[in-house]
Every structure is written in structure tokens, then in C-alpha cells.
Design a protein around this ligand. Structure first.
Ligand SMILES: C[S@@+](CC[C@H](N)C(=O)[O-])C[C@H]1O[C@@H](n2cnc3c(N)ncnc32)[C@H](O)[C@@H]1O
Length: 310
């Protein structure tokens, strides 16, 4: 199957334009996926440039191993971007990187793939791991966690109004059956949600919540923002494409936490233990109406451009 034929990279031109400040530079695509942004980075840089790609998903890595095998400027790594500082050391580029791109979350290829369990419209094993070589699946968690914990996950990561009813019905279902498939969960959710949203499938929020939870998406994002600082060269950039308010919140909180003038109440003495300012938010970009029309997945996307404070 040609996976890329389904995939239109989100905000490709804008994000890569913000990323590249030196055409001979060193760049990392921390969420390589099916290589849409990386192709654009390769096309926008010189022969001297070096590009490094990371992805948690072994399918994406295998695809790019073939696709980019002739590209001498490109190096590939299977793993989590929260280990980016370690990879940068082994690549000998620690402190020398001009820009790091993060196109967060799930790819359209994941959603289209009937086996991965990311989509509530396809009957599949309830998995949702980006890295299917390690860790537990959504099914493993849903069959084990307490009602209280399931409720918390759906409320915190999905902002689901009916989290209590869904959690209670999951526990009830579990008394007789194991929950193993996406459509079993969709059925439980449909029976629990009292008011249907005209614009969203009833399962949208719960699927988002469970995906964020099992892949620890917000924790690794928080972690990598801090770790990226030393990986970057002076004035190096982080370009982050986000898709929902929870990712936006992590970035905002990080900027506040690392800027004593934003953190400290006005006119109060600044405490010594505030972290040093790391980045300036230099630009925020939203998709144009035209882009949303061509690529509906970009509807909720935003680019945050952070520049290393030197
Ligand atoms: C939105 S897609 C990226 C699509 C890519 N920009 C393209 O044009 O094909 C996000 C990708 O990031 C990967 N991913 C998500 N979290 C990750 C993490 N913590 N570390 C490494 N890769 C991650 C997913 O497996 C997925 O392939």
C-alpha cells in the first residue's frame, strides 16, 4: 500500500519556511511520519545541510528507510523524541542544530490504517500505540484501570462531559466481556452520551483522550521542550504544529514557567529558583481558508515558532 497517497502534510510550506534559517544548516524532524515535511526540508536546503528524522512508529521508519535510502544528507532513528538530546549526542550535533520540527499527534495514515485502532470508524483491535513494539494497548488499560481513573482520563485528556457515564458503562461491560475492539468501545460511548454533538462523532473526545494517555503525549512534549534547548545552536528554532488546546497549554505553561517576568507576580521580588528564560515565541500561524479546504485536517492546527534565547 502506498501510504503517502492519503497524506497531505499540514501547514508544510509555512512550517518549513519558519524552520530554515540557514540553507546549509542542521535540522531535525522529530515526528517524521511519512516524510512530507522532511521532503520539503530537503528541497529547501543546500547539499551541505544535514537532516535527521525521528519517529516512534516502526511502520513510518520502514517506509522512510526505503523512500529516503538515496538521500545522503538524511539520517533516520526509531524512537521517542523525548530522547532527542541523546540522539543528538550520538549524531555529534548537540548544540549545533538550527531547527527542530514537531508535527504533533496522530497522522492521517494512522487513522486510515484499519489495524491500529486510532479510528472510531474502523473495526480494529483497540491498540493506539505509536510504538507498537512496546508498552500496553488501550485495550489492556481499559480492562484493568479503575472506574475513577478511566473517568479522569476521559475528562482531563478529552474534556468529555459524559466521562462519568462512559467510565461506569465500561466497568459494567467489563463484568461480562473483555473490551478488545474499537467498535465495542464506540458502542459503549454511544449508549453513554446523552446529547449528540452535530459536528463531532460521540467517540471523538474519548478516542483522543485514550490516545494521549497511552502515548504520554503531553508528558513527552513537556519534557522535550526543556531538553531541546541545549540541542539547539544559538538562535535555533523549535517549530511546533499543534492540533488541540492541551498541546497549546503545555507550550504556554512552559513559556511562562521559564520566564521569570511572566511567572512572577508584578512588583514582587523574583525568586532565585525560577528557571532561566529559554525561548521567545516569535510567531504563531494559523492555516488559511484555502489550506483548510484542501486539507480539512489542518482546521485545528497552529504553528508555534520558538527561538532560543541566546
Ligand atoms: C502528524 S504525524 C507527522 C506527519 C509528518 N509530518 C508527515 O508529513 O508525514 C506525527 C508522527 O509523529 C509520530 N510521533 C508521535 N509522537 C511521537 C514521539 N513522542 N516521538 C517520536 N515520534 C512521535 C507519530 O508516530 C506520527 O508518525
Amino acid at each position: 500500500m502506498d501510504n503517502t497517497s492519503f497524506h497531505i502534510p499540514v501547514l508544510k510550506a509555512d512550517s518549513v519556511q519558519q524552520l530554515i534559517t540557514d540553507e546549509n544548516g542542521i535540522y531535525i524532524d522529530a515526528t517524521l511520519g511519512y516524510g512530507g515535511h522532511t521532503r520539503e526540508i530537503l528541497d529547501s536546503t543546500s547539499k551541505k545541510a544535514r537532516i535527521y528524522g525521528i519517529d516512534k512508529d516502526i511502520d513510518a521508519i520502514e517506509f522512510n528507510t526505503n523512500e529516503l535510502s538515496d538521500e545522503k544528507r538524511f539520517t533516520l532513528r526509531h524512537g521517542c523524541f523525548s530522547s532527542l538530546h541523546e540522539y543528538a549526542k550520538t549524531w555529534n550535533i548537540y548544540g549545533a542544530v538550527n531547527g527542530i520540527l514537531f508535527d504533533l499527534g496522530v497522522s492521517s495514515v494512522h487513522l486510515d490504517d484499519g489495524d491500529r485502532g486510532f479510528s472510531f470508524t474502523k473495526d480494529a483491535p483497540l491498540d493506539m500505540r505509536f510504538n507498537r513494539l512496546e508498552g500496553k494497548t488501550v485495550s489492556d488499560y481499559l480492562n484493568k484501570l479503575s472506574e475513577k481513573e478511566i473517568e479522569r482520563i476521559l475528562r482531563v485528556y478529552g474534556q468529555e462531559k459524559f466521562s462519568k457515564r462512559i467510565a461506569r458503562n465500561i466497568i459494567k461491560y467489563r463484568e461480562k466481556n473483555r473490551i478488545t475492539n474499537t467498535l465495542e468501545l464506540v458502542d459503549i460511548i454511544n449508549k453513554s452520551v446523552l446529547v449528540n454533538d452535530k459536528h463531532k462523532h460521540n467517540a471523538t473526545r474519548s478516542f483522543q483522550a485514550l490516545r494521549i494517555f497511552i502515548n504520554k503525549e503531553l508528558d513527552v512534549l513537556k519534557d522535550v521542550l526543556e531538553k531541546s534547548f541545549d540541542v539547539l545552536a544559538p538562535k535555533g528554532r523549535l517549530v511546533l504544529i499543534t492540533y488541540h488546546s492541551l498541546e497549546e497549554r503545555v507550550i504556554k505553561d512552559f513559556l511562562i514557567y521559564t520566564d521569570q517576568y511572566l511567572s512572577a507576580p508584578r512588583k514582587m521580588p523574583i525568586k532565585k529558583d525560577f528557571m532561566e528564560k529559554m525561548f521567545n515565541l516569535i510567531k504563531k500561524i494559523k492555516p488559511s481558508d484555502e489550506e483548510i479546504e484542501i486539507n480539512p485536517r489542518s482546521r485545528s492546527a497552529k504553528i508555534n515558532v520558538l527561538e532560543k534565547q541566546s
